[in-house]
Design a protein around this ligand. Structure first.
Ligand SMILES: NC(=O)C1=CN([C@@H]2O[C@H](COP(=O)(O)OP(=O)(O)OC[C@H]3O[C@@H](n4cnc5c(N)ncnc54)[C@H](OP(=O)(O)O)[C@@H]3O)[C@@H](O)[C@H]2O)C=CC1
Ligand SMILES: O=C(O)[C@@H]1CCC=N1
Length: 279
């Protein structure tokens, strides 16, 4: 992506940093083209400034006003206040992308008096290394060009898929929260290796390469996971002993329920922001 367009992040937390880092490493976006504002944490902005060379604007209102794309990256619970604080700076010629879990596009649209196009995105923190799985959906004022621009930004830091807005909660439960499930699995596998007598370093090395190798096998061979699993599992062998134990502990059911509960929580967050009366 070659791009000199200005991007202003409202919110400078983990997700904003992951997107920022991905954009700087994987696109031609220059640090000077990016401004970040938060609510109060000056140290955080200074850290990001030192780490990435981005601009900490003197005039925050102007930074929002002058951006081509404004990325909303506050916690869902802070979005209402953030829109009240910054929303009047956003004009119709600008584009808004929200990464907030659970917040429906109408909630944002109805709080922006200028009616700019809004695109909702659900990336994940693997954006940081250019490996996000991002789902996007357009709001009612977003034209194809607006969605395309959002796809362009997120394609640079991973894969993208366009979904219906009603599917965003499911996406959030699966791939938004998904990295945490994988890290949790890694923690358990490492601990298991250590329990069985390996050093932490060896356990980590073997776990990570096993994880990366399995992901590559799935991506590069296009084989079904069940078929790949079958090929590891000799009848009466070691894998079968391990898998039977996972089954006994209802491992798959636990994961399916985890995604379901995360999806429900995303929906709950959204329900806390019912279609508002315009300010
Ligand atoms: N973390 C993840 O894996 C993912 C997160 N998301 C979504 O991204 C969003 C951000 O999450 P995350 O980065 O984890 O959250 P963080 O808590 O790390 O960051 C939130 C940021 O919002 C800022 N903020 C709060 N209120 C305002 C305001 N009125 N004006 C400007 N900035 C404000 C905070 O500033 P201050 O610190 O000064 O209060 C902070 O910089 C959430 O909506 C989440 O649902 C989406 C996908 C994945
Ligand atoms: O936990 C959360 O609420 C956010 C949204 C998706 C991932 N993290």
């Amino acid at each position: 992506m070659t791009d000199s367009k200005q991007i202003c992040f409202i919110g400078a937390g983990s997700m904003a940093e992951a997107i920022l880092s991905g954009l700087l490493q994987h696109t031609d976006t220059k640090a000077e083209a990016i401004t970040m504002i938060n609510r109060q944490d000056k140290d955080r902005i200074e850290t990001l400034q030192n780490r990435y060379g981005i601009i900490s604007p003197e005039n925050k209102e102007a930074a929002v006003r002058q951006a081509d794309t404004v990325i909303l990256a506050t916690k869902p619970k802070d979005m209402d206040d953030a829109l009240a604080q910054w929303g009047d700076q956003i004009q119709s010629g600008q584009r808004v992308i929200s990464v907030a879990a659970g917040i429906p596009t109408p909630f944002i649209e109805e709080r922006l008096s200028a009616h700019p196009p809004v695109v909702r995105a659900m990336p994940n923190t693997s954006s940081m290394v250019g490996a996000s799985a991002t789902a996007l959906c357009p709001g009612r004022n977003a034209a194809e060009a607006d969605l395309d621009e959002a796809i362009r930004i997120f394609s640079a830091i991973g894969t993208t898929v366009v979904v219906k807005e009603e599917e965003m909660d499911a996406v959030t439960g699966l791939s938004g929260s998904g990295p945490a499930y994988i890290y949790y699995l890694v923690e358990a596998m490492e601990q298991a290796g250590v329990n069985e007598g390996l050093s932490p370093a060896v356990a980590r090395n073997l776990t990570l390469q096993t994880m990366a190798g399995a992901a590559r096998m799935l991506l590069e061979t296009g084989e079904e996971p069940s078929e790949l699993r079958r090929r590891v599992t000799s009848p009466g062998g070691t894998t079968m002993a391990g898998l039977n134990t996972l089954e006994k502990h209802r491992f798959q059911e636990a994961l399916i329920d985890a995604v379901h509960q995360a999806r429900r929580r995303s929906q709950e967050l959204g329900n806390a922001f019912p279609s508002p009366t315009p300010r």
